[in-house]
Design a protein around this ligand. Structure first.
Ligand code: PMP
Length: 426
């Protein structure tokens, strides 16, 4: 087995070229093809780590969440579907406790929380899992928006290919869907509406209350991708008119790889969801597969903390935002989306004339930010969200997102500003 130092790993630091890291990965993948496993490629030097400002892509984990998960990764490793002995029984209880913690935050019944591998799966389950109902009822019109996450847009494309009429509502320059546009587009055969709570790229919250009011007398099911609002905008998730909500643990200081689709009943009736997979019958048959108990336990703990500390976290984010704006506003950036609709943990901004890739590369030793959503970051195209808001292509290509949280460390804004000023002069 080649030694890591032979491929330059031992000397690698956080600030080193992405190109070098890519090359090393390629070599490791080649080695991996011949051998069963390859080692963790590198460790970063703590001193060289920039301040992480990409919390909408994923958040750091709360220490209390990690601590709570520990036991379920080590001694308490039972399968929640084997409650025949104490290992399984303990795992089952831990899962049900977490389910309750998440249900409380969403104001749904615990048995209506279906665990998934994350929100991508929850969105797929919601949209594709309701298709059979649409077919049966003969109502095949679906409304959504052009600024949704790809994990909503792509299943919708699939449904379109299967004969559903999918209509994407426009996004205003303020970053939200106009409720009046929704009202106008509603048809008697609209069976499903999928509109997100908070946009991941801009932090803009939808006028959910107005939407709920005008949907009150329409029978369409309303699915909300609540990933970016869950645990932050508590009221938005609790609106009674919303029928299905997709949430994810790794956006609320929990682990990656677990999420949920929450169903809300109308009276006794649950949304007529059908599973996408067949298997062991877990999650009431709606999402079969062995439950990842440690992840679910961490998710539950993260949800509990999100409810308990929502106000304090919001204050911390507002204070960070004020500092960021004070430092950056003299550079006259273009800020995307209406500030009054923006949650306090996101800024999507552009410095005209400086491409986002140049800014991000120049700033990477100081702050870690991203150009678009993590799920589309590999794409060379400018953000589909900004384009949906009517931002010209050239300006969209200069835009990047800063997103933070209550755990974010202090940023050296003077350094950030001087780097951006230098880029402007070049
Ligand atoms: N929807 C939105 C709005 C998101 O921001 C994300 C994560 N980027 C997802 C869905 C997908 O979530 P997950 O990573 O849990 O699959």
């Amino acid at each position: 087995m080649p030694r890591l130092s032979a491929v330059g790993i031992s000397g690698l630091q956080a600030g080193e070229d992405v190109k070098k890291i890519r090359l090393i990965f390629k070599i490791l993948q080649r080695i991996g093809k011949r051998r069963k496993a390859f080692p963790v490629p590198f460790t970063r030097e703590a001193s060289a780590v920039p301040v992480y400002l990409d919390c909408n892509a994923t958040t750091p984990m709360e220490p209390a969440v990690i601590e709570r998960m520990q036991r379920f990764l080590t001694t308490d490793y039972g399968n929640a579907a084997s409650p025949i002995h104490s290992f399984g029984e303990w795992a089952r209880l831990a899962v049900e406790h977490a389910r309750l913690q998440i249900a409380r935050l969403l104001a749904v019944r615990p048995d209506d929380v279906i665990f998934t591998s994350g929100a991508t799966e929850a969105n797929n389950l919601a949209l594709l899992g309701l298709a059979a109902f649409g077919e049966r009822s003969g109502r095949k019109h679906i409304l959504s928006s052009a600024a949704e996450h790809k994990s909503v847009l792509e299943p919708l494309q699939w449904l379109e290919r299967k004969g559903f009429a999918v209509e994407l509502l426009p996004t205003t320059s303020a970053g939200y869907t106009d409720p009046q546009a929704l009202a106008k587009a509603l048809r008697p055969d609209t069976f499903l509406i999928s509109l997100m709570q908070v946009n991941n790229e801009t932090g803009i919250r939808q006028p959910l209350e107005e939407m709920a009011a005008l949907l009150q007398d329409h029978p369409a099911l309303w699915h909300v991708d609540a990933v970016q609002g869950f645990g932050k905008d508590l009221e938005g998730c609790r609106l009674e008119r919303i029928d299905l909500l997709s949430v994810s643990a790794h956006k609320i200081y929990g682990p990656k790889g677990v999420g949920a689709l929450a169903l809300r009943r109308r009276g006794r009736e649950r949304p007529p969801l059908e599973p996408l997979m067949a298997g062991g019958g877990q999650e009431q048959g709606l999402r079969p597969g062995t439950l990842p108990v440690p992840l679910i336990v961490g998710f539950g703990e993260a949800a509990k903390l999100a409810g308990r500390f929502a106000a304090a976290r919001r204050e911390a984010c507002l204070a960070f935002r004020a500092g960021a704006l004070e430092a950056l506003l003299p550079l006259e950036p273009v800020i995307h989306g209406a500030p009054s609709f923006c949650l306090p943990h996101t800024l999507n901004l552009a410095f005209p004339g400086i491409s986002a890739s140049r800014s991000i590369a120049a700033l990477k030793e100081v702050i870690a930010v991203s150009a678009t959503s993590a799920c589309t970051a590999g794409s060379p195209e400018p953000s589909h969200v900004l384009r949906a808001m009517g931002v010209p292509k050239v300006l969209a290509a200069c835009s990047f997102r800063i997103s933070w949280c209550h755990l974010t460390e202090k940023v050296d804004w003077d350094e950030v500003v001087s780097i951006l000023q230098r880029l402007r002069m070049e």
